[in-house]
Ligand binder design. Structure first.
Ligand SMILES: O=C(O)[C@H](O)COP(=O)(O)O
Length: 248
């Protein structure tokens, strides 16, 4: 069984190096091009899909739309769920990552960005960015909606969704693509590959590059492969890792 993951293309806030989380920002022009290139790479490699999953956030939704447009598959059914949203970055949302590193130190920012179970500072419940106060989440169970999340918290909602909603479809023969986010995809990657809490720290997902997983019939990990020029992909991953460094 194969499964394709794609992180959204560069967003307006990726471009400005801001902590984004659940902030619903648009793709940048470069992000649109990355998403289209991802779609073309999938088409050229002969991929096709039956079902698509994405988050409630427009940078992932639009990425999926551009991918499907390039593949002439805009008619495919798409399921949206907040369970695939980016990790909620709490009160860090809107802050510049490099400036935050200057203020609190690179180590602290690395812990906030990449530690397994440390949450960033939480939003105040009265903050109008509290998802429980936002239209997009009006039909969701308010008790489940976060004010901040660690990667562990993200795993606790993304992995059960995968196991309950997506994996059964794959086992029934459906070809699936998931368009999501740096950390909601890291949550799935950790689970798929059974990575330790330390190993996942070093995983950085580039924007707009299709990541193809191959599993056995039971959903057990066999292999993975990024589609595209490997040196370019490595450079994009290194750039993501560096976003939390002080700018020199
Ligand atoms: O929410 C964000 O800021 C990004 O999408 C992912 O950020 P990170 O790579 O700093 O975790």
């Amino acid at each position: 069984m194969k499964l394709v993951l794609i992180r959204h293309g560069e967003s307006e806030w990726n471009k400005l190096n801001l902590f984004t989380g659940w902030t619903d920002v648009e793709l940048s022009e470069k992000g649109v091009e990355e998403a289209k290139a991802g779609g073309r790479a999938l088409k050229e490699a002969g991929f096709d899909f039956d079902l698509c999953y994405t988050s409630y956030l427009k940078r992932a939704i639009h990425t999926l739309n551009f991918v499907l447009s390039e593949m002439d598959r805009e008619w495919l059914p798409v399921t949206k769920t907040w369970k695939l949203n980016e990790r909620h970055y709490g009160a860090l949302q809107g802050l510049n990552k490099a400036e935050t590193a200057e203020k609190y130190g690179e180590e602290k920012v690395k812990i906030w960005r990449r530690s397994f179970d440390v949450q960033p500072p939480a939003l105040d419940p009265t903050d109008d960015r509290n998802p429980a106060l936002q239209e997009a989440y009006r039909n969701e169970n308010k008790d489940e909606l976060p004010l901040a999340e660690s990667l562990k918290d993200t795993i606790a909602r993304a992995v059960p969704y995968y196991e309950q909603e997506i994996l059964p479809q794959m086992k029934a023969g459906k070809r699936v693509i998931i368009a999501a986010h740096g950390n909601s995809l890291r949550a799935l990657v950790k689970y798929f590959e059974n990575l330790t809490d330390e190993e996942i720290i070093g995983v950085n997902i580039p924007t707009g590059v299709p990541l193809v997983y191959t599993f056995d019939d039971n959903g057990k990990f066999i292999s993975k492969e990024y589609l595209g020029d490997q040196a370019t992909i490595e450079a994009k991953m290194a750039a993501v890792a560096k976003q939390g460094s002080v700018q020199k």
